[in-house]
Design a protein around this ligand. Structure first.
Ligand code: ADP
Length: 454
């Protein structure tokens, strides 16, 4: 069942309950009213008979019956019985046998009045006083007219009820359709969006109601998806370009070498150059792989306590071994014990983060010198990497963490623009923060903070 029909049905159930309840109350009130009215007529008829028969000496049994024969206000199948204080029947007119057993007469005397009914016949008994004498007057009859009116009322109400709920259902469906039309439009707009074209935002309607909020959130999600798709596309294009450049260089060198026989010296020079290109491809592919893992296989990354000071020393050693020109100073301050520099993390990712920051610092500084410091700041561990290199322009500072972005003033130095993207991702995975402080010509300082409450 769709929401429109469900809403219409719920509306229908609610309205029928209210309408049905109202009709039942009206019917019960009408039934009470008929009963009261008929009882009052029975009472009047009994009182009138007792008055005439007991109080008016001139009216005897015979005269009374004669008068009643022509009386227009006689009830249908009317019966009147008058009993004295000893329950002896003084007068009876109407159906053949007076129907009142002794216990009924006793109850009338006890309660002053009593109403009973049997099938359609209704009776009213009351005590009639004349001087010190007590009499019991019982009048009964059939209220055919009143009952017929009540039955008609019930029929009218039933038909009205049925027509009413049919109308309510139809009106409910129209209202539900109107209320849900923005949702239908939303569904239609969303269906128009294809996986390849995420550029068309959906209509946000009046811009204020809940559905507009939903459309606005949906458009925001669409924009995020679009930029994710774009960066994925760029990432693949850039990655293949990064791999292809050194591979093309190697292939070109081989082609040139094969043109004619060369001296041993020429072969050695070519091989060294190719070795450097192969190393570049290797480094790029390692970083790309690490970046892809850090970005997509988050659940597969295991965390355990890592001592950052040890990671720093290991990264420093690797870099100095790779290039003897590199010099790296390590400064530890406010570090009292191992726990001060230990954080839950992934050792190999943290190693590559520190290695990338140090490598950049050495690579871009003419003196190949970097200073790395580690300190405890309250509940955080702060790691700073500084250099005396060319610095980074303000407009580049925000972008250097993007995949494959390389700033202009360092384009002379070889690089692939993957290192800092990986650094940022590793920092994010460890719920840390990274900031860069730099001025052109005055070096660069990268500050990483990990919050690890001790
Ligand atoms: P790569 O160094 O391979 O080009 P990175 O992602 O590590 O890639 O760095 C991105 C860019 O940020 C670099 O191309 C460079 O322009 C700039 N950069 C990074 N570190 C430094 C630094 N210490 N000094 C100056 N520029 C830097």
């Amino acid at each position: 069942m769709n929401i429109r029909t469900r809403l219409a049905v719920q509306f229908l159930v609610l309205a029928s309950c209210i309408l049905g309840l109202a009709f039942i109350i009206v019917y019960l009130r009408a039934a009470d009213f008929r009963k009261d009215e008929f009882n009052s007529r029975l009472h009047d008829r009994g009182e009138n008979a007792a008055n005439l028969l007991i109080q008016v000496e001139e009216v005897d049994d015979h005269l009374f019956r004669k008068m009643e024969l022509k009386n227009p206000i006689r009830l249908i199948e009317e019966s009147i019985s008058i009993y004295d204080a000893d329950d002896s029947l003084l007068f009876h007119m109407g159906i053949d046998d007076p129907m009142e057993p002794k216990y009924l007469l006793d109850r009338i005397k006890e309660n002053r009045t009593l109403t009973t009914s049997y099938n359609d016949r209704e009776s009213f008994g009351s005590v009639f006083r004349n001087d010190d004498e007590h009499y019991v007057v019982v009048t009964s009859g059939i209220d055919r007219f009143g009952r017929r009116k009540l039955a008609d009322l019930a029929k009218v109400m039933l038909v009205t009820f049925l027509i009413g709920i049919a109308l309510i259902f139809l009106v409910g469906r129209v209202f539900a359709r109107r209320a849900l039309s923005p949702v239908t439009r939303l569904v239609h707009d969303i269906q128009e969006i294809s996986a390849t074209d995420l550029s068309k935002p959906i209509n946000i309607g009046n811009g204020t109601d809940e559905l507009a909020q939903l459309a606005i959130s949906f458009n925001a999600m669409l924009a995020r998806l679009r930029s994710a798709f774009l960066s994925q596309k760029n990432f693949i294009a850039n990655a293949s370009h990064e791999m292809r450049t050194p591979l093309t260089a190697i292939s070109g060198q081989i082609d040139v070498l094969l043109l004619k026989p060369r001296t041993e010296e020429a072969y050695l020079t070519a091989l060294r150059s190719m070795q450097e290109d192969v190393r570049t491809v290797n480094r790029s592919s390692d970083r790309l792989l690490l970046l892809a893992q850090a970005e997509t296989e988050v659940t597969a990354i295991s965390f355990s306590p890592v001592r950052l000071d040890e990671v720093i020393w290991a990264a420093r050693e690797n870099l100095i071994n790779a290039n003897a020109q590199n010099t790296i100073d390590v400064i530890m301050s406010e570090v009292e014990d191992d726990a001060d520099v230990t954080l839950p993390g992934n050792e190999s990712l943290l190693h590559s983060m520190i290695a990338n920051l140090l490598e950049n610092a050495c690579k871009y500084s003419p003196d190949h010198h970097a200073i790395i410091s580690l300190k405890r700041v309250g509940s955080a561990i702060e790691l700073t990497v500084e250099d005396n290199g060319p610095g980074i322009a303000v407009q580049d500072q925000e972008r250097i963490f993007e995949h494959f972005y390389r700033a202009q003033n360092t384009s002379e130095t070889r690089g692939h623009g993957i290192g800092l993207a990986l650094v940022k991702r590793v920092v994010e995975l460890h719920k840390g923060s990274i900031a860069v402080f730099s001025e052109i010509g005055h070096g660069a300082r990268f500050v990483v903070r990990f919050h690890c409450g001790k």
